[in-house]
Design a protein around this ligand. Structure first.
Ligand code: ADP
Length: 438
């Protein structure tokens, strides 16, 4: 007869460098949106703070408007002005910070890979924290992600708690321990933190290069809870082979460190409603998959008539970086050809040498009836490939979680993976591809 008292939802603010579909480079973008929407559906209040990049997909932001406030933040010992914009992304309130700084930090035509990334993102984090303080927000949780926003944790305790912003506990998620944001120790002073205080082995001193400060380590040491994106990867990074130098730090903080398996947003990734597909289909009506296959073959100039119609189509959508097993991807292109299949690769590389290598392969197969390489980022084409393929290859050397195997399965496509990280937590392993021609 007594109704249990309903717990009010919690108030979460994410501070992050990516958010799909407006600013996405890889899985971080998908997870930020998917996790936030999922928490929102459960009745929690979720907001996000992002840099206002020039290269965002502004068409996916609803009601973007500039807030009527002057945000002043400190950098290099000086006060700088920022504009703050607000808009709705996939139903979530998002604040975008636009620094009025001469370095035009987020006016570069790309999200990452700028020589001053350490300065760009430490500036952003300081301004984001200043925004939370000045706007009087009292979040229960401030959730930061990867090295780009890891500095939020030391900023919170060293600068913002003393200023009265003390309602929150800090969550930090590392989506990939390979990228750590290590820089000469003096660089940390720009955002107002003290190198002298933080350059200690138990704080932010890099474990390998002792003259460097390590932002990712700061996120681990100073957050209340630290997560990574799959249980297997959480085990791997506690060992020297997987921890990229941070296994010792994670070991010390192991009581607050957990692996929580990522998921995909099943409303965003749904072949029965996906407007980017030529034909929507579902498990009850799988024939539509074939229509997508034929349309994609036609669009990319692959053979689609007669016996070619029956060839299995192997897909791969990836960032082309060593982590993803680029040599195995290359091998699977030639192996697929040898075995009588068709192969479509969609990928691009921030590593010039890898990009050039794949450009050479793309040229070799430019007009080939069975192989196509598309070397760019293309959201719409990625959906078509998930839908059209029979098999999807993910031969990662290490993989914190991986979303493409989950998306593939959602689209009725069999993922073939190396057994590592999140791929071991949710995988289908086929050791040998045997193409059966009907
Ligand atoms: P990572 O975050 O390491 O890049 P994940 O598997 O976690 O790998 O997430 C990759 C996400 O990025 C998926 O949504 C995938 O479809 C997308 N993606 C990767 N490369 C491309 C590309 N060239 N074009 C479009 N989408 C891409």
């Amino acid at each position: 007869l007594i109704q249990p008292k309903r717990r009010p939802g919690i108030y979460v603010i994410h501070i992050a460098a990516e958010m799909a579909p407006v600013a996405k480079v890889g899985g971080l973008g998908d997870v930020l949106t998917g996790l936030s929407r999922s928490l929102q559906r459960k009745g929690h209040l979720v907001e996000a703070i992002l840099p206002k990049y020039d290269c965002m997909d502004y068409s996916r932001i609803v009601n973007l408007k500039e807030l009527d406030l002057e945000l002043h933040s400190t950098f290099d010992g000086q006060i700088h002005k920022n504009k703050v914009w607000c808009g709705i992304v996939e139903g979530l309130p998002v604040y975008f910070i636009e620094p009025l700084h001469p370095a035009k930090f987020f006016w570069r035509g790309q999200f990452y890979s700028e020589p001053d990334d350490f300065r760009r993102f430490t500036y952003f984090c300081r301004a984001a924290m200043e925004f939370i303080l000045q706007s009087g927000k009292r979040p229960d949780i401030i959730h930061s992600h990867d090295w780009q926003t890891a500095v939020v944790a030391p900023l919170y305790w060293d600068i913002y708690v003393p200023l009265g912003l003390d309602s929150a506990r800090l969550a930090f998620t590392c989506h990939n321990f390979e990228y750590q944001g290590a820089e000469n120790s003096g660089a940390i002073a720009a955002c107002g933190l003290s190198a002298r205080d933080l350059m200690r082995p138990d704080r932010m001193q890099d474990n390998s290069f002792h003259n460097k400060i390590n932002l990712l380590k700061g996120g681990i040491v100073f957050s209340n809870v630290v997560t990574t994106v799959s249980p297997t990867y959480a085990q791997e990074v506690l060992r020297p082979e997987g921890g990229k130098g941070l296994h010792g730090t994670l070991g010390v903080h192991s009581k607050k460190f957990f692996g929580v398996l990522n998921g995909i947003d099943e409303e965003v990734w749904d072949p029965s409603t996906d407007v980017l597909l030529d034909y929507q289909y579902s498990a009850e009506d799988i024939d539509g998959k074939f229509i997508n296959k034929q349309k994609l073959r036609e669009r990319l100039g692959l053979a689609s008539q007669g016996d070619d119609e029956k060839r299995p189509l192997v897909g791969c959508v990836t960032r082309l970086v060593p982590q993803k097993g680029v040599h195995l991807i290359r091998h699977s292109i030639y192996r697929t050809l040898e075995k009588g299949g068709q192969f479509i690769l969609l990928g691009s590389s921030p590593v010039p040498q890898i990009q050039h290598e794949f450009e050479d392969i793309a040229r070799q197969f430019e007009k080939h009836p069975q192989i196509r390489l598309v070397l760019k980022y293309d959201e719409a084409l990625s959906h078509s490939i998930y839908a059209a393929s029979d098999i999807f290859v993910i031969p990662s050397i290490f993989e914190p979680c991986g979303l493409t195997q989950m998306i593939s399965m959602r689209y009725g496509t069999i993922p073939v993976v190396r057994r590592t990280g999140g791929l071991a937590d949710r995988f289908v392993l086929i050791t040998e591809l045997r193409f059966i021609r009907r």
